[in-house]
Design a protein around this ligand. Structure first.
Ligand SMILES: Nc1ncnc2c1ncn2[C@@H]1O[C@H](COP(=O)(O)OP(=O)(O)OP(=O)(O)O)[C@@H](O)[C@H]1O
Ligand SMILES: [Mg+2]
Length: 231
């Protein structure tokens, strides 16, 4: 049975999309079959693709009941890496679904039927804790929280952890925090050891040992992270 990871942090630019993309590559390098779900209306992942030329539907159409999930999924690497993209129209889903009683469970219901077809499903989320991130948390088995190693590390963390706790108590009792992934680690900055120490003081053994550096060959580090995640 596949495992679903949601990559969540409502702060922008912390490395959610980078983590989704490189972790997918790292898993496929281990011969794992991976599906990326792009739930960010402004995502750079989606902007690389054009639905009409792909011949696939958008995830938004699927979440609004106008397409099946299989019509949205396309292969990036044959038999290995697949994607379903929401695109800008996902903003419309947040608005259209606002009065729907099962609005947070739409993605979870869709993924439950295909979960067994993949080793890992990675959900990239927007920089907000709105309905799309709620759908990701409701569908996920585990949450990966990227934390950018700078002065604003803890900004919004209380709110994020409260939201995860709420989802855990209501919509998704199986949800767990896989851990905190520290990104943009610049060893040359004097503040870095201080920031890392604070992160460990706050989150202890929930901090992944893998540290993602700034501006290096990221795939090497995400391969190490993939190994740590699957251990
Ligand atoms: N480890 C890294 N080293 C250098 N640059 C990075 C690293 N991780 C991410 N970046 C760059 O930082 C920017 C923000 O990263 P990314 O898009 O992954 O963040 P995000 O959390 O998805 O942001 P948003 O909330 O806006 O979607 C991008 O330009 C990305 O290429
Ligand atoms: Mg992003």
């Amino acid at each position: 049975m596949g495992k679903i990871f949601a990559i969540v942090n409502q702060n922008g630019g912390v490395g959610k999309t980078t983590t989704t993309s490189y972790l997918a590559k790292a898993f496929t390098a281990k011969q794992k079959k991976v599906l990326i779900i792009d739930l960010d209306p402004l995502s750079s992942l989606s902007s690389n693709y054009d639905f009409s030329s792909l011949g696939t539907k958008s995830l938004t159409e699927c979440m609004e009941g106008r397409a099946t999930l299989n019509e949205c999924i396309f292969a990036v690497e044959e038999n290995q890496l697949f994607m379903a993209l929401g695109g800008k129209c996902l903003i419309g889903f947040e608005i259209a679904a606002i009065y729907s009683p099962n609005r947070e469970k739409v993605l979870s219901t869709l993924l439950s039927s295909i979960k067994g077809n993949y080793d890992y499903i990675l959900i990239d989320t927007p920089s907000s804790l709105g309905l799309l991130s709620m759908n990701a948390l409701t569908a996920a088995d585990e949450v990966i929280i990227p934390l950018r190693c700078d002065v604003r590390i803890f900004e919004g963390m209380a709110e994020l952890l409260r939201t995860i706790n709420d989802v855990n108590n209501t919509l998704n009792p199986q949800l767990t925090i896989a851990g905190f992934l520290v990104t943009h680690v610049n060893r040359e900055l004097r503040s870095t050891p201080v920031n890392l120490k604070e992160i460990h003081t706050c989150y202890g053994n929930k901090v992944f040992q893998t540290l993602i550096p700034n501006n290096e060959d990221l795939l090497v580090y995400y391969k190490q992270f993939a190994t740590e995640l699957s251990a």
